[in-house]
Design a protein around this ligand. Structure first.
Ligand code: CA
Length: 423
């Protein structure tokens, strides 16, 4: 494990951080906030946002090699393009400024405008997503889907344990937490003996995922090794990869996901850095059969991050419907990126890579309603007495996640999306 000053577990901040906050001084995730028409990059600390545009303009970030006004932007892409090392320098500097005992920022005459309550700002998309790729890397999820749609004896297709299966998704419809979606419409064929019908999706589902965001680029034709892959991974967000199961079932053969997936995917607003997640590395599962040489790796490349998804029916309280973990990945992010570039495909700053639905071995850990309700055969009770097999109009789906050890909680906040009726 590498030593990072800002990760020191004894650090405390002069900014109030409530117990069990997702955002202690050891986290310091980056996002884009908007307040009264002003948009800037910010860092979360406790219940506040530190305005990085303002911080830089007052000279607090001088001397670490940042370009002028790199934070006064609509997105974090320009900052991410500076790479992981610059990200680390900025995070370490912010940690110093926010640490107990440091009065440099605390006593600044304009501190009230630099440190803003999170409840007074609107959080925006943190990046302009260039390309979006979705993987399919949780074995339990692939097994569950294979059981439902093929047969339990051959649930995993022959390629699954040899390569991280993925597809190229749609970037334009990736949206920030809080932005509602309309139920998608499309072709479905509810009866296998009859022609398809057109209308609103009837089997709308969430997929509990995480996504990583890249910084830096490789040249077209070059590939990135598993050893170097993490240099290109800036951080992670929670990711709800919405799915229209009935549209998907009819359209996906032979080329895979299309309109059943491209109508929306929702992300949490704060990018938690891989630096902040460094203490939460764990070994991954034993990979058998042995992987091909370009997918071999050394060290712990998996991460222990608790995840949950909840449904809140209109006008009612929420009910948590699953508790999963990012550790249920068969393939690590480093292997996913090495595989993605092994053919010479170039990655860019601000690309987003979904993990695939994260399901654990127990049914209470399944990451989609398709699996939780087992294709609609096991309805799930809601707090208002109703039941869900899939997501209904008026429902809000909320996902949360955090890593925790030795009293330090590195949280992701939440991604929350309300489903409105079809247009
Ligand atoms: Ca997905």
């Amino acid at each position: 494990m590498i030593e990072i000053a800002a990760n020191n577990s004894t650090l405390r901040s002069w900014v109030f951080v409530p117990e069990n906050s997702d955002f202690p001084i050891q986290n310091l995730p980056f996002g884009i906030f908007e307040q009264k028409g002003y948009k800037s990059a910010g860092v979360a600390i406790g219940e506040m946002v530190l305005d990085l545009g303002g911080l830089q303009s007052y000279g607090f970030l001088d001397g670490i090699g940042l370009p002028d006004k790199v934070f006064e932007k609509e997105t974090l892409n320009a900052f991410l393009a500076l790479g992981r090392k610059m990200g680390r320098r900025v995070r370490n500097k912010i940690s110093e400024l926010l640490a107990e005992g440091n009065i440099e920022l605390k006593n600044h005459y304009d501190i009230k405008s630099l440190l803003i309550p999170q409840k007074e700002v609107k959080m925006c998309m943190p990046i302009q997503v260039g390309d979006y790729t979705d993987f399919y890397s949780s074995e339990q999820h692939a097994y569950n889907v294979g059981c439902m749609f093929r047969d339990p004896d051959n649930a995993l297709l022959p390629n699954w344990k040899y390569l991280p299966v993925g597809y190229h998704g749609r970037a334009s419809s990736i949206i920030a937490s809080g932005v509602p979606i309309h139920r998608p419409k499309g072709q479905q064929r509810p009866n296998d003996d009859e022609p398809p019908v057109f209308g609103p999706c009837k089997l709308l589902d969430f997929e509990l995922e995480m996504a990583f965001i890249t910084c830096g680029e490789n040249l077209l034709g070059e590939s990135i090794s598993t050893e170097k892959a993490e240099d290109y991974i800036f951080g992670m967000v929670l990711f709800n990869d919405w799915s229209a199961r009935d549209i998907q079932k009819w359209e996906y053969v032979p080329l895979g996901p299309f309109l059943a997936k491209s109508f929306a995917s929702s992300v949490s607003p704060w990018i938690v850095t891989m630096d902040a997640l460094e203490p939460f590395r764990i070994p991954g599962p034993q990979q058998d059969p042995k992987v091909l040489p370009y997918l071999e790796f050394e060290g712990d490349k998996h991460f222990d991050i608790n995840l949950e998804a909840a449904i809140r029916p209109e006008g009612s309280g929420e009910r948590v419907v699953t508790n999963s973990n990012f550790k249920y990945m068969y393939w690590s992010m480093a292997q996913q990126l090495a595989h993605h570039t092994v053919n010479g495909c170039n990655i860019k700053t601000g690309d987003l890579y979904g993990s695939g639905t994260l399901s654990g071995p127990d049914p209470s850990q399944f990451g989609s309603m398709l699996e939780i309700s087992w294709r609609g055969t096991k309805p799930v009770p809601m707090s208002d007495g109703s039941e869900r097999k899939f997501i209904l109009d008026g429902d809000t789906v909320i996902m949360r996640g955090y890593a925790k050890q030795e009293g330090i909680r590195i949280g992701f906040g939440e991604v929350s999306t309300k489903v409105l009726p079809a247009l």
